[in-house]
Write a protein that binds this ligand. Structure first.
Ligand SMILES: Cc1cc2nc3c(=O)[nH]c(=O)nc-3n(C[C@H](O)[C@H](O)[C@H](O)COP(=O)(O)OP(=O)(O)OC[C@H]3O[C@@H](n4cnc5c(N)ncnc54)[C@H](O)[C@@H]3O)c2cc1C
Length: 345
């Protein structure tokens, strides 16, 4: 039932959508979050093909640059859904291994997606529901889902990569270039490899520099709370991923397995592996303009958030969701704006 504050549909149950939803729900809004994925998490997801292995196949870890985000991370640590991943990240430089970054790194526990599941707790999150189209009438925003159920809300928030938001809005509302700059996302092919025995390699997380295809490899079982079976997540570089975007998963699995084994000079022995394609993994440089910003268009009662609006990565997604909620709450507090916003755009 809509509350006095109004009803809001959020499409996307990743970090940005959940952060925004929780803040609005806390202020009395009736919040419904739709996500096509099976669980909340979005790009902070985990694959668990069996009980003995888990792969954080999207986001690998996150850091807290601002004090405000660090305070939230601390609360999540106290709640037991985040922990520090203490393995140093190394890179091969001038013939030797060097520490890549000494900033504390955090992961969801026992899985990356556990954090988003925790944030979703108590919210009306409808998973496995793809939103096919959205349109606005005097009655509000109409959301059409694959299950053909009709839904009408006072306010709509899109919390997903820009291409996907753009696709949903295309032809429905006209946004200026300023509201909607050309935004691009980089792709990332990811290999999830179960090893037949522990790798004969002392580091848990490696950044590849100037490698022809790989960008990152991490021993997933070195993260806190994971099953102990040796398994690695290997990411291709964005250049390689975009050049090989349309190859089949089996073909990419073969190519990346070969690269993984050769770059570790045979010190890893892969028992089985699968590949996953993230078409929209990380915002491109061009997208990360500080001018981009989280968008709220009161005349349309439309909000747009996501990592790409505030930079990139998890902290940006969180900040974007939080900033959008603050904007909406400020707007709702202003009676003049509230009346204005109710008129169709
Ligand atoms: C391979 C990879 C590695 C990464 N590594 C790191 C890292 O090491 N550190 C870091 O900080 N960040 C990393 N990131 C980025 C980080 O995961 C993101 O910044 C963050 O999770 C983005 O959250 P979001 O809410 O903006 O979007 P998302 O998590 O993408 O959420 C969008 C949601 O919208 C849903 N959706 C889209 N369209 C529809 C529709 N039509 N109907 C219903 N639902 C829909 C999707 O299913 C998804 O769940 C990585 C990402 C990837 C892919």
């Amino acid at each position: 039932m809509p509350t006095a504050a109004g009803s809001v549909a959020i499409i996307g149950a990743g970090m940005s959508g959940l952060t925004c939803g929780a803040a609005l729900a806390g202020d009395g809004w009736s919040v419904t979050i739709f996500d096509k994925g099976r669980r909340p998490g979005g790009r902070m997801s985990t694959r668990t093909p069996s009980e003995e292995v888990a792969f954080d196949h999207g986001c690998q870890y996150f850091v807290a640059k601002s004090d405000e985000f660090a305070q939230h991370v601390q609360q999540w640590q106290t709640a037991g859904v985040v922990d520090e991943w203490r393995s140093p990240i190394v890179r091969f430089c001038r013939g030797r291994w060097e520490t890549h970054s000494s900033r504390p790194k955090y992961v969801g526990t026992p899985r990356m997606q556990s954090l988003c599941q925790y944030l979703a707790d108590g919210l009306d999150v409808r998973c496995s529901v793809q939103v096919d189209s959205v349109y606005r009438r005097d009655s509000g925003w109409h959301i059409e889902t694959a299950d053909s159920e009709g839904h009408v809300f006072d306010l709509l928030i899109l919390a997903m990569p820009p291409v996907q938001s753009h696709r949903l809005l295309s032809g429905r509302v006209s946004l200026s270039d300023q509201d909607w700059p050309e935004d691009e996302m980089r792709a990332c092919w990811t290999l999830m490899a179960v090893l037949s025995q522990p790798a004969e390699f002392s580091h848990d997380a490696v950044v590849f520099q100037e490698h022809r295809s790989l960008a990152w490899a991490a021993r997933n079982n070195s993260k806190p709370g994971r099953p102990s079976r040796e398994c690695w997540v290997v990411q291709a570089s964005s250049e390689w991923s975009s050049q090989h975007l349309d190859l089949s998963k089996d073909h990419v699995r073969e190519l990346l397995t070969e690269q993984f084994v050769s770059s570790f000079q045979g010190r890893v022995s892969v028992e089985r592996a699968t590949a996953h394609r993230w078409r929209y993994a990380l915002p491109a440089e061009s997208t990360r303009s500080p001018a981009t910003g989280t968008r709220y268009l009161p005349s349309l009662r439309l909000g747009i958030c996501g990592d790409w609006c505030e930079g990139d990565r998890v902290e940006a997604a969180w900040r974007s969701g939080r900033n959008l909620a603050i904007r909406i709450l400020q707007e709702a507090d202003s009676p003049a704006n509230h009346e204005d916003a109710k008129r169709p755009g």
